[in-house]
Design a protein around this ligand. Structure first.
Ligand code: HEC
Length: 136
């Protein structure tokens, strides 16, 4: 009797451990995913501001982390990832220092650098990213 009670306890203990481990896994997202989601929202807001001829949202230093942030799988940061990341960062700076007259063009070029990396490493959000472009 005592023996079966303690094995029940043991059984429930392991079930809870698995449950907790699993629920943690399903809510955790990679550092890179988190950064990307922030970027996607920020870029939607940049697009709105440009179209409304309003002041741009703040420049984000944290985008430099695109280089070091951990992805959900190593394969998502393949051979040319670093090149694409540097192109993106270079164009991000260029866009923020551009004259108003060419802001739209520089923004669309910036979105193209998102697209280039995504075509190689993460095609899922491409449709959404392409919609960020501003029609002339
Ligand atoms: C240098 C490559 C690169 C650039 C540039 C890049 N991305 Fe990503 N993006 C990725 C990778 C890789 C993932 C997958 C991350 C993971 O699974 O951990 C990703 C994931 C995403 C996701 C899905 C996040 C999620 O998990 O829900 C969105 C949305 C996204 N990117 C939007 C953008 C936007 C918008 C830009 C430009 C402003 C951009 N990305 C620029 C490589 C890039």
């Amino acid at each position: 009797m005592l023996k079966s009670k303690s094995s029940y306890l043991l059984f429930y203990f392991f079930i809870s451990v698995f449950w907790v481990a699993n629920s943690n896994l399903s809510v955790s997202e990679s550092q890179l995913s988190k950064l990307m989601r922030f970027m996607a929202n920020d870029f939607k807001s940049i697009k709105t501001k440009i179209n409304a001829n309003e002041k741009l949202p703040e420049y984000q230093k944290k985008y430099k982390k695109i280089i070091s942030a951990k992805a959900s799988a190593d394969s998502k940061k393949g051979e040319h990832y670093l090149e694409y990341a540097e192109l993106f960062l270079k164009q991000y700076d260029r866009f923020y220092s551009s004259e108003k007259a060419i802001q739209k063009k520089e923004f669309n070029n910036l979105v193209s650098t998102c697209i280039r990396c995504h075509e190689s490493y993460c095609p899922g959000p491409l449709t959404m990213i392409k919609k960020l472009k501003i029609s002339p």
